[in-house]
Design a protein around this ligand. Structure first.
Ligand code: MLT
Length: 401
């Protein structure tokens, strides 16, 4: 009898957003007339920016001509894109990152999950609760439901920020601006984590997929704004939420050359080399056309278009936030993030409130408990729908008791 990876049996039967999609489909079948507004999964709705579309057309034409056709590209990504990332996302902001420290990929979901391939099973892994489910699920897939997974509880009283672990921890996932709570860490708060990691020889897996939404100047957009973070952190960035690439798929991961660890016998290990080995073996690179599309974001025009897109969604976030506050509900996030996190009213639990919003307002949101037990009694709404639908959703919420 062949064997399966039994760690999968510890997972919930389906991925959070698949469960919600199924529930919504069922509701639609029994309520065919319902005009649903989706503020659930963080999927964008605006079309791709014009400069991106132009780059897709041009590069598609290149693929159709013998002279300019491209087959396999470099697994790490083309230099034309890596150079732009280095220049505009880092060097221009005073952060020194080299081209070979950047790995282009098809999404931060893949990379934050796959990074476990290069980490030892004996590591103690700390994960916040609530959390973007990918970190926890992929860790369970790898090491099972073991006592090596430490949940860092994030509660309203501490602004949904995790405390530094008292126990020994080897690896910690941090995501700021946070999904799902929409909260952020200031520079000094993030510095405490970097100092802790350096002191404990721990690794920080820093997901900054939502950095474009940061409005507050005291909030770092990159963990490498913190001194010496390149010795203890990997950073994940995505084009999904700032440039509308959820369907196109492109992201990147920074693995600094100075990030090292040691084997028991003292041999030094370069993490960049390991990730490079993993990627070149298991991944054949992001499509050329997609990388050209991502490159277009870095043109003057592209930068302007992307800023407009983020501003559009931030306006939605503000509308949701203010609407819920006016209703007298307790609201978090939405100021440096496309996610608004709220306490469910009237003592409802997360799924009860999900049903309430679906039945009474025809609005789909995400139950906080889906992100972890500390999310129970909370709820997440996203700013990624259109302005019109967002306004209507808030009106519906306000008019229902
Ligand atoms: C979310 O809704 O949390 C995100 O869309 C999920 C993702 O980016 O994978």
């Amino acid at each position: 009898m062949f064997k399966v990876n039994e760690n999968y049996l510890f997972l919930k039967e389906s991925y959070l957003f698949s469960t919600i999609a199924e529930k919504v489909e069922k509701y639609k079948t029994t309520n065919p007339g319902a005009d649903l507004i989706r503020l659930g999964i963080g999927d964008v709705t605006l079309p791709l920016p014009p400069s991106v579309i132009k780059a897709i057309h041009t590069s598609a034409d290149e693929m159709g001509s013998r002279e300019t056709f491209r087959g396999y590209g470099p697994e790490q990504g083309y230099s034309f894109l890596r150079d732009k990332i280095v220049e505009i996302d880092y060097l221009q902001k005073g952060i020194v990152i080299a081209n070979d420290e950047v790995f282009i990929s098809d999404g931060s979901k893949s990379d934050t999950g796959n990074i476990g391939d290069i980490l030892g099973e004996e590591n103690v892994v700390a994960i916040t609760d609530p959390v973007y489910p990918v970190y926890l699920d992929t860790t369970i897939m790898r090491i099972g439901k073991s006592n090596k997974i430490l949940l860092l509880e994030c509660e309203e009283d501490n602004g949904f920020l995790p405390q530094l672990p008292k126990e020994h921890v080897d690896v910690v996932y941090l995501c700021y601006p946070n999904n799902p709570t929409g909260t952020v860490m200031t520079k000094s708060e993030l510095k405490r984590w970097v100092d802790w990691a350096l002191e404990n020889n721990s690794l920080i897996l820093f997901d900054s997929a939502y950095e474009a939404y940061i409005q507050d100047e005291n909030v770092p957009k990159s963990i490498y704004e913190i001194e010496n973070a390149e010795r203890c952190a990997i950073e994940f960035r995505s084009f999904s939420k700032n440039a509308g690439f959820t369907g196109l798929r492109c992201s990147y991961t920074v693995v600094p050359m100075s990030l090292k660890t040691k084997l028991a016998n003292g041999t030094e290990i370069n993490i960049n080399k390991l990730w490079n080995r993993r990627q070149s073996t298991k991944f054949n690179g992001t499509p050329y056309i997609v990388q050209r599309a991502a490159e277009a974001i870095y043109t003057t025009e592209g930068q302007r278009e992307v800023k407009e897109m983020v501003a559009y969604y931030m306006n939605n976030a503000n509308i949701i936030r203010q609407g819920l506050i006016n209703k007298g509900w307790r609201v978090f996030g939405g100021e440096n993030s496309p996610y608004v996190w709220m306490k469910c009213p009237n003592g409802l639990d997360s799924w009860e409130f999900f049903d309430h919003l679906l039945n009474k307002c025809h609005i789909v949101g995400t139950p906080g408990v889906g992100f972890g037990s500390k999310g129970q009694g909370y709820f997440r709404l996203t700013a990624f729908n259109s302005l019109e639908k967002t306004v209507e959703a808030v009106e519906r919420i306000i008019s229902v008791q």
